[in-house]
Design a protein around this ligand. Structure first.
Ligand code: HEC
Length: 123
């Protein structure tokens, strides 16, 4: 559910007897990992904006649909929440938060819907 956390980079202070390997390879790999995990945090709000989710949703507080933090609170700890929400994001529907319906979002792929659901659940 929440982003995998990587606790520091082990080995930075390890004994380096240093014949030929000053350890730059490992440092570069660590940097790549850091970039790979940092990028989605930037990309998902942009994706939500690009797919028009933010016309009806704010992070906090109801607009036309519920605030994403409220959604995250409601489904906290439900293992299948991301799957269910991903389906609903694509197909739309009503009844969870009120009578107003979320229209289908056919412009959103399944993979994007899942990514958005995971992002929302992490708010
Ligand atoms: C036209 C307005 C509108 C747009 C655009 C819209 N939503 Fe919604 N959304 C709603 C409404 C209204 C609800 C409440 C539906 C309900 O009560 O079941 C909702 C509910 C949700 C929920 C909670 C569903 C549940 O069953 O608890 C999620 C998650 C969500 N939207 C994500 C998105 C995402 C991601 C997008 C962009 C791809 C999006 N919405 C675009 C209006 C919208």
């Amino acid at each position: 559910m929440s982003r995998r956390s990587r606790s520091g980079l082990p080995g930075a202070d390890g004994p380096n007897t240093g014949h030929h390997q000053p350890g730059t390879g490992r440092a570069a790999a660590g940097l790549l990992l850091a970039l790979a995990t940092a990028l989605p945090a930037q990309a998902d709000p942009a994706l939500a904006r690009a797919r028009n989710c933010l016309t009806c949703h704010a992070l906090e507080g109801k607009v036309i649909g519920p605030g994403f933090r409220e959604v995250a609170r409601r489904y906290a700890g439900q293992a299948d929440a991301a799957d269910k929400l991903a389906v609903k994001i694509v197909k739309g529907g009503a009844g969870s938060w009120g009578v107003v319906q979320m229209p289908a979002n056919p412009q959103v792929s399944e993979a994007e819907a899942r990514r958005l659901a995971l992002w929302i659940l992490g708010r």
